[in-house]
Design a protein around this ligand. Structure first.
Ligand code: NAP
Ligand code: F7E
Length: 324
């Protein structure tokens, strides 16, 4: 019989790559989507999957929709990817962010505990939980102290500890992937990588003159979403429930990312990038670099993309879209 996976946040960046990955592996994939007033824009990232997945309406803040779906589907694996995932936006809508990313996780954990406790549960935890904390060797790893610096980071720390508690108290198969930034052509265009690549390509094509950004001196450890959803599957299929850091182990500043991207288009970023204070945050995470040695060693996870192949793919995608 086909294994069944239930994914919240299925129409987001990771949800769509994870769906393709699991469909290719022979899973029956079910997903939860929120009702949206423009129906045709809701699932564009899932277009290539046509009728191969089963979508239904629900919300992490609506317990009854979670309970009825989990009771009916009885999934083998639950991937909780739904979140208000934008860090800057979390300063503007902190209550909604915390309700979704913290209480929402409590809601789905309870539905799982009550109605499908034999299933396995993956929680999308984040390197934002480390916040301003870095080990002496300049890496963050599973043992690094958590010091979040945004409402988003705080909400993810709550759900991280909550899932660990459900594992300990109720002996459930609950695991966390502590994922560092991962990007793709499917990334929302208000996240910095896709904003930079889209802007640089638009400038190259003569469609835009300047690119406004915030803090150019923050460092991030960027990977590709395709590699990271593979890690999610390995984490949930490990023999014991555990928590793993997933990262490339390399770090670049936002300025470096601009430099690399514009250079690939034979442009100098200094001629086009301007700073606008409106993109600065009340709290910043200045430096992220993950040590994913445990995931590599124990799970055999190995990313295929580098920052260069990631940017090349994003440039190709935006060139196609903007040249139409
Ligand atoms: P994303 O593209 O923003 O997708 C988030 C998804 O969650 C969307 O499908 C969104 O639906 C859904 N959602 C938001 N609020 C919801 C609610 N109340 N009920 C049900 N669904 C809701 O994010 P992503 O990049 O794929 O990230 C997936 C998960 O990994 C998130 O939990 C994120 O916090 C976490 N994470 C991401 C990264 C990263 O670098 N990408 C790193 C670490 C952790 P709508 O389309 O209707 O808004
Ligand atoms: O910002 C700086 C900004 O919004 C990266 C989410 O997936 O990864 C993501 O969170 C850096 C920050 O991602 C602009 O200040 C400069 O230092 O692309 P971002 P993020 O905040 O790191 C973590 C791991 C998650 O879990 C989150 O869900 O870039 N930056 N100028 C800018 N950022 C944005 N968005 N826009 C700018 O104009």
């Amino acid at each position: 019989m086909k294994k069944k996976a239930f994914i919240t946040g299925i129409n987001g960046q990771d949800g769509s790559y994870l769906s393709s990955y699991l469909v290719d592996k022979g899973y029956k994939v079910y997903g939860l989507v929120r009702r949206n007033s423009i129906n045709e824009h809701q699932t564009t990232r899932l277009d290539i999957l046509n009728n191969k997945i089963d979508l239904s309406y629900g919300d992490l803040l609506d317990e009854s929709s979670l309970e009825s779906k989990i009771r009916k589907i009885k999934p083998d694996e639950i991937y909780n990817l739904a979140a208000q995932s934008h860090v800057k936006v979390s300063f503007e809508i902190p209550q909604f962010t915390v309700k979704t990313n913290a209480i929402g996780v409590l809601n789905i954990l309870e539905a799982y505990r009550k109605f499908c406790p034999k299933s396995r549960f993956y929680q999308a935890s984040s390197s934002e939980m480390f916040g301003v904390s870095v080990d002496k060797d300049k890496f963050q790893r599973e043992t690094t102290k958590l010091a979040p610096n945004s409402p988003y980071g705080c909400s993810k720390v709550f759900s991280f500890y909550l899932t660990k508690f459900y594992r300990r108290a109720y002996k459930l198969f609950v695991c966390n992937g502590i994922l560092f930034n991962h990007e793709s052509p499917f990334r929302g265009t208000n996240f910095v990588t896709n904003k930079i690549v889209k802007g640089a390509v638009a400038i190259k094509l003569g469609l835009q003159k300047k690119l406004e950004l915030g803090n150019l001196d923050a460092y991030r450890d960027w990977g590709h979403s395709k590699d990271y959803v593979e890690a999610m599957h390995k984490i949930i299929n490990h023999k014991v429930p555990d928590d793993f850091v997933v990262a490339s182990g390399k770090t670049y500043s936002v300025r470096d990312f601009c430099n690399i991207t514009f250079k690939k288009l034979n442009l100098n970023y200094k001629d086009y990038v301007v700073q606008n204070k409106k993109y600065l945050r009340p709290g910043e995470v200045p430096f992220l670099k993950g040590d994913a040695r445990r995931a590599r060693k124990i799970l055999g996870w190995k990313p295929k993309y580098t920052i260069h192949t990631l940017i090349d793919e994003m440039i190709e995608s935006w060139t196609k879209t903007l040249s139409k």
